[in-house]
Ligand binder design. Structure first.
Ligand SMILES: [Zn+2]
Length: 260
C-alpha cells in the first residue's frame, strides 16, 4: 500500500496504487484524488484505508489543489481537512511546512517528485515539510525554498534536515524535447540544464531526481541526509500510477509526513 524511507524517523508514507477500492481500470485501486473518475465517497474511503494503515485520521490531512508552482504554505491545526473535507474557497499551492503535531502534510503525485523533509533540534524532530516537484516546480527550486523556509521559520540548520525523495519518473522514462531543454536553460542557465537534461543515445532525457538532489546539496543538506526511493513510477505501472505510462488516464497517489 505504501513505501517508506529508511532515513526519516517521523511518520511518513509514499502511497502505491494498490489495496484500495477503486474499480475503474485506470484508477485501480488506491486512487487518492478527486476528479480522476472515482466517486467522492470512493476517494474518501481510500483515504481512510491509507490513513488507518499509516496511523493518522483522514481529517488531519491538508492537500490543496496543486499548480506546479513554488508556493509553500506554513500550516497548522486550522488547515487540517483542506483539500479533502473542505474543497470550496481553498488556496492552491505545492508545498507545506509545519511544526504542529498531528498536521498531516499531503502531496499528490503520479510521476512528479514528492519530497518530504524533517528537521531536527536536540535529537528531536521539530518540523516537517513536503513539496510537489514536477519539472516546473523543480526548476523553480521549490525544494530549496522549502529548506530555506524551514530554517527561517523554525530556527534549524540545513545540516539538521533529512530529506526523502519518493517514487517518481526517472530518467529511464522521462524523454523530453529540445524545447524542454530550452525552458530549463532559461530557468537555471545552460550549464546546469545540460547536467540534468542529457543525451541518452538518440534521446533527450531529464533526471529530475538528480536535479532536486543537487539543489538540496547546494543549500546545505548533507548528501547522506538525502534518501532516494529508487523506483521509477513509469517502469512500475502495476505498483504506481504514472501519468506518462497511462497517457494521463490514471489515478493519483498521496505522499504524507507528520509529527506525532
Ligand atoms: Zn522508468
Amino acid at each position: 500500500m505504501f513505501v517508506k524511507s529508511t532515513l526519516l524517523r517521523t511518520p511518513h508514507a509514499f502511497a502505491t496504487r494498490n489495496e484500495g477500492i477503486s474499480t475503474n481500470e485506470h484508477t485501480k485501486s488506491l486512487n487518492l484524488a478527486f476528479g480522476r473518475g472515482d466517486e467522492r465517497e470512493t476517494v474518501l474511503e481510500n483515504l481512510k484505508i491509507f490513513a488507518d494503515e499509516v496511523g493518522f485520521k483522514p481529517e488531519q490531512v491538508i492537500s490543496l489543489p496543486q499548480i506546479h508552482s513554488d508556493i509553500i504554505y506554513k500550516v497548522g491545526e486550522d488547515n487540517r481537512g483542506e483539500g479533502y473535507f473542505k474543497t470550496k474557497d481553498i488556496r492552491k499551492g505545492d508545498g507545506y511546512i509545519t511544526d504542529k503535531k498531528g498536521v498531516v502534510l499531503g502531496i499528490k503525485t503520479a510521476d512528479c517528485v514528492p519530497i518530504l523533509f524533517e528537521a531536527e533540534k536536540d535529537g528531536e524532530v521539530v518540523a516537517v515539510g513536503a513539496v510537489h516537484a514536477g519539472w516546473r516546480g523543480s526548476v523553480a527550486k521549490i525544494a530549496q525554498k522549502c529548506v530555506d523556509m524551514i530554517c527561517r521559520e523554525y530556527d534549524v540548520k540545513p545540516e539538521n534536515i533529512r530529506v526523502a525523495i519518493g517514487p517518481c519518473i526517472h530518467k529511464c522514462c522521462y524523454e523530453v524535447g529540445e524545447d524542454f531543454l530550452q525552458s530549463v536553460s532559461e530557468a537555471l542557465g545552460r550549464e546546469v540544464a545540460e547536467k540534468f537534461v542529457i543525451r541518452d543515445g538518440g534521446r533527450l532525457v531529464c533526471d529530475l531526481v538528480a536535479l532536486n538532489r543537487c539543489l538540496l546539496i547546494n543549500c546545505g543538506i548533507s548528501p547522506e541526509n538525502i534518501d532516494v526511493i529508487d523506483e521509477c513510477t513509469c517502469c512500475n505501472p502495476d505498483k504506481y500510477f504514472s501519468h506518462r505510462y497511462s497517457k494521463g488516464h490514471r489515478g493519483t497517489m498521496l505522499n504524507v509526513i507528520y509529527m506525532k
